[in-house]
Design a protein around this ligand. Structure first.
Ligand code: C5P
Length: 327
């Protein structure tokens, strides 16, 4: 019997490296970025049935819209348009989102939820789309949505949707901190970056390609490859290799994030940084026990009840069935 409902885990990501290389003809920025999936996950349930063509989203989080502006809704709309044969049979699509990932936080929570809708409908409608085909669809929804399909560790170029898998790292953890009342607009962060740093942009294709090549053969990718093989001799070098260009515009305007980052840096020798366009700050921890210690130490220095803290391991998966079968 064909399933008509399934639940998927949708992992968050952090950026271990984010270099803004230049402008793109489509108005976005050309990036070289390293994404890492982490075990902080939402749970998305997708159900389909015959009936009127309708999409519904149900999420209890006060900051998540339940209408067509939700990226998960738009993912369902995209699938219904692209695959009318599936939509004709079961055209009522119901999406339920149980949120654990903080919203508008630089952790790709919304993108990951949307990726789950693509993966879920591919399975429920038995479309047989490959990972690459799902990633191509995902790229229409957002710059980091394609990564959320397969997750793990990846070097991304283009807008963030051109993916090269890197070997997966296990046994590293992150501690995450976010002020509940703080959110940052991603378009604002990039627009501000252009205003201040446009003069540094690589103008022509060749220069952009050579900047990508430098990252691909650079120290961070080499260190991550060693860590993936279990060689942790130079683990502490990761601290100096973390890079997020968006910090250059966000930190000067948000003293709270700057102070949180400094606090994290004081508690972990492995470094700390803002993820994506923020405002979440993460610190790297050598293992789960260490992550707990760092979290308690940060809490001691920053008792503000508005500051939420989490720990999560690096994981090798993107969206996957809640029964833990990889898709
Ligand atoms: O694709 P996504 O919805 O994440 O992008 C949000 C905004 O961030 C875009 O509208 C754009 O202003 C900016 N952005 C960019 N270059 C990228 C990714 C995002 O300028 N590579």
């Amino acid at each position: 019997m064909t399933a008509n409902s399934l639940s998927l885990w949708t992992p968050a990501k952090v950026n271990l490296y984010l270099e803004i290389v230049g402008d793109r003809p489509d108005g976005f920025h050309e990036l070289s970025t390293i994404f890492q999936s982490i075990g902080l996950m939402d749970r998305v349930t997708v159900a389909v049935k015959s009936g009127p063509a309708a999409i519904s989203v149900d999420c209890a989080h006060p900051l998540v819209p339940n209408d067509h502006t939700n990226l998960a809704y738009r993912a369902a709309e995209l699938m219904a348009q692209a695959f009318p044969e599936g939509a004709d049979r079961q055209s009522t699509i119901q999406i339920a989102i149980a949120k654990n990932i903080p919203v508008a936080a630089g952790l790709a929570g919304g993108s990951s939820n949307a990726a789950a809708v693509l993966v879920g409908l591919n399975m429920l409608w038995e479309l047989g789309l490959t990972r690459q085909e799902l990633q191509d669809l995902a790229a229409k929804l957002g710059s980091d949505t394609a990564f959320c399909i397969g997750g793990g560790t990846a070097l991304a170029t283009g807008r963030g949707e051109v993916l090269d898998s890197l070997p997966c790292i296990s046994d590293l953890w992150v501690v995450l901190g976010k002020y509940d009342n703080l959110s940052i607009s991603t378009p604002w962060a990039y627009k501000r970056y252009r205003e201040v740093f446009e003069k540094e942009y690589a103008r022509d294709q060749d220069t952009q390609t050579s900047r990508h090549d430098q990252v691909r053969s650079g120290a961070m990718v080499r260190l991550l490859s060693k860590l993936a093989k279990g060689d942790r001799h130079n683990l502490e070098k990761i601290r100096a290799l973390l890079r997020n260009d968006l910090e250059r515009v966000v930190l000067p305007d948000y003293d709270q994030i700057q102070k949180l980052r400094e606090c994290f840096l004081g508690q972990t020798p492995l470094g700390a940084m803002m993820s994506g366009s923020g405002p979440t700050v993460f610190g790297i921890a050598a293992n789960g026990a260490n992550a707990k210690l760092i979290k308690s130490a940060v809490r001691q220095y920053m008792p503000d009840p508005e500051l939420s803290l989490w720990t999560a391991p690096f994981i090798a998966q993107g969206v996957h069935l809640a029964s833990d079968i990889s898709v």
